[in-house]
Each structure stands twice: as structure tokens, then as C-alpha cells.
Ligand binder design. Structure first.
Ligand SMILES: Nc1ncnc2c1ncn2[C@@H]1O[C@H](COP(=O)(O)OP(=O)(O)OP(=O)(O)O)[C@@H](O)[C@H]1O
Length: 344
């Protein structure tokens, strides 16, 4: 069992990763361009933390994880994971980390799930008693019993993901990276994966770095979030701090009798439309009552609800405002007991 401690297990200091692209522009001519997938990235993660790593497509999340695993080498800067240099000590590190990388499965597709797990036991030399205990527990928590003897290639996406999560956690790694673990999953599988991650993090103290576009994952699992965009860290703090950072806004969710172009209401702004449902943002200093009256007077109102902005809207606002600082400050000493302040 790994116990939570004050020590940081992931240290990233001023890391940059540049890809060089060479494009043919004519006979014997090539143009070179640099893609800065990650720039001056600095953060640390303490043992036992579960951190959400968020950002739009192409922000640099996968590149970060590939460097943390050791399959990509930073162009500049320094990384330590569990005290090791990932790219130089990749094999030693591999025994101490688990990885679930989106839809790519680490399981043997022709074998029944159970045989894949047995192979993992042998590769990682997990003592038989511990292996049986862990496997029994995971079968129950992730509800694997009905398909554990089915070949992996016949499994649904959600079943395969539950198998991949089991495979990653079976050797009891200190750190697990999960890249989009709930993408495309059915409701049951999503719930199973989420409650498994919450429980394992809580009870075994496994450090988890979670990349996701699913904001329910973040809201249910991560006290701390880091937001990356264009390779730069733009925010590192709690979810509440992220909401505060974006400004004091509240949301009025309105259901109309039928789809309608975005409403025009003074003191509020439509931020999202989905069929007959619209979301308006208004200042948290204002009362919702006049807004509700104005909507009811002018539009065929069916239902409404006032709430905090959804985290996906908050993150989207982060990207679309100019609030991301050009160069994020280096974070070297976050303390889970005293959540870090957002980057200003
Ligand atoms: N091998 C590569 N060669 C060239 N450019 C690359 C390579 N890998 C990534 N990039 C570029 O680096 C940037 C960051 O990509 P990365 O895959 O890390 O983003 P991401 O945040 O994981 O995105 P997504 O959510 O879409 O997976 C993108 O502009 C991408 O096109």
C-alpha cells in the first residue's frame, strides 16, 4: 500500500517540448517549422493527489504525459517522477507507474481479459496472494465478472476500459496517468470507473493525473485542476478558485417551449444554446429575479434554474479571454492541505 505523504512524486521544471516539422515547398526545397507542444511548463504533484489536467485539443496534454512516462524526451527543462528521470530511466520507472491512454488498450486482444491479467501478474511479478486479493476487489468494484472470460476484442468500449483500468492498477503503481478514461463510455462504465478511481486514490493513496474533456470527471474526482493551453500552464488551483478566477458570474438555464435564436436580455448574455435550452450568464452581484421576469415576459418559458457556471463553460472562458498569463509562474511546492491560489 502506498501512503499519502508530503513529498512530491512528480516534479516538472521549465519543461519545453518542440517538434520540428519539415514541409516540402518545392523541388529540393523544404520549409522548417517548430511546433511548441509544451512551453516552460512547471508544476509538482504530491503523493496521493488526484489532479485534473485540462485543455482544449492540441493544448499539449498528451505530450506532457508522454514525457512523464518517458516515451518523449523534453527539448529543455527537467522532470523527475518518483525520483527518476523518465526518459533516461524509463524501464525502472515503468514498474512504478500505470498508464491508461484513451482508446488504446494495453490488453491482449485475442485473450480473455483474465489471461491478460495473469500475464500482467507474471510480468510485474505480483505475489500470488496479493494478485488474487487485488483482482477479486477490482472484479467487484469495476463489475468485471460477467465478461472477464471473454476475449478482449469482443468487449464493448466500456468493458475494455474497465479492463484497462484494472490492468493499470493491478501492480499497485505509485502513480497512474489516465488520458480520457471515460471518453465514449456508457453511463454504467463511466460511473464504475469514476467510483473506482475515487476509492483507489482515497484508500491506497495512488497519485493520479487525469486528462479529460468530461467535466463531470473533474467535478467528481479532482480537488486540483491544471489548465494548459498552447503548451502553457494557465491555471493551477482548485475548481472553486477556477470559477472565482473567471469572475463573479452565475448562470440562468432557461427551457423554452421551442428552439429559439439566442435571447436578448439586458444584464445577461447567452453563452450556450442547445435546442430549446439556453444558458445566460449574469453578474453574481445582481439578483436573478428581474432577469427571470424579463425572460418570462418576452419568451415562452417552460422551466428555469439558477446555478454556478458549468465547469466546461468556465474552462472555455479561460481559453477565450486574455486572462491566461504569457508565462505561468513555476509551481514547485503545492500543498494539498492548503490548495494553491490561482495564477493571476
Ligand atoms: N509527433 C508530433 N509531431 C509534430 N507535432 C506534434 C506531435 N505530437 C503532437 N504534436 C503537436 O503538438 C501540439 C500538442 O499536441 P498534444 O497531442 O500534446 O495535445 P493534447 O492536448 O493532448 O490534444 P488532444 O486533447 O487533442 O489529445 C499539437 O499542436 C500537436 O499537433
Amino acid at each position: 500500500m502506498i501512503l499519502s505523504s508530503d513529498a512530491s512524486v512528480i516534479d516538472v521544471s521549465e519543461v519545453t517540448r518542440t517538434f520540428v516539422l519539415r514541409r516540402r515547398t518545392g523541388w529540393m526545397r523544404r520549409e522548417r517549422s517548430d511546433v511548441h507542444a509544451v512551453r516552460d511548463l512547471s508544476f509538482s504533484v504530491r503523493a496521493g493527489e488526484m489532479v485534473g489536467y485540462l485543455g482544449p485539443n492540441g493544448a499539449g496534454k498528451s505530450t506532457t504525459i508522454k514525457m512523464l512516462v518517458g516515451i518523449l524526451t523534453p527539448s529543455a527543462g527537467r522532470m523527475r517522477v518518483a525520483g527518476l528521470d523518465p526518459s533516461r530511466q524509463r524501464l525502472r520507472l515503468a514498474r512504478r507507474i500505470g498508464v491508461v491512454f484513451g482508446q488504446r488498450s494495453a490488453l491482449w486482444s485475442d485473450l480473455p481479459l483474465r489471461d491478460s491479467f495473469d500475464l500482467i501478474q507474471r510480468i510485474y511479478r505480483i505475489p500470488p496472494a496479493r494478485y488474487r486479493r487485488n483482482l477479486d476487489e477490482f472484479i467487484e468494484l469495476l463489475d468485471l465478472a460477467s465478461f472477464i472470460d471473454t476475449p478482449v476484442r469482443q468487449l464493448s468500449l466500456g468493458q475494455r476500459m474497465r479492463g484497462s483500468v484494472t490492468a493499470a492498477f493491478l501492480p499497485e503503481p505509485e502513480i497512474v496517468y489516465l488520458d480520457e478514461p471515460t471518453i465514449g463510455l456508457d453511463v454504467v462504465s463511466k460511473a464504475a470507473v469514476r467510483s473506482f478511481l475515487a476509492r483507489t486514490n482515497r484508500e491506497s493513496g495512488t497519485t493520479i493525473l487525469l486528462t479529460t474533456h468530461d467535466m463531470t470527471d473533474v467535478e467528481q474526482l479532482c480537488r486540483r485542476v491544471m489548465v494548459i493551453d498552447h503548451g502553457r500552464l494557465g491555471f493551477d488551483g482548485t475548481l472553486d478558485e477556477l470559477r472565482t478566477r473567471i469572475g463573479g458570474v452565475r448562470t440562468l438555464r432557461v427551457d423554452l417551449a421551442e428552439p429559439h435564436p439566442p435571447m436578448t436580455i439586458e444584464g445577461a448574455q447567452v453563452v450556450r444554446v442547445d435546442g430549446a435550452r439556453q444558458w445566460l450568464e449574469f453578474s453574481s452581484q445582481d439578483s436573478a429575479a428581474p432577469l427571470v421576469s424579463a425572460v418570462a415576459a418576452r419568451y415562452p418559458l417552460v422551466d428555469l434554474a439558477v446555478g454556478e457556471p458549468a465547469i466546461e463553460d468556465v474552462v472555455a472562458r479561460l481559453y477565450t479571454t486574455d486572462r491566461l498569463p504569457a508565462v505561468p509562474p513555476s509551481r514547485t511546492d503545492p500543498d494539498p492541505a492548503h490548495p494553491p491560489s490561482p495564477v493571476r
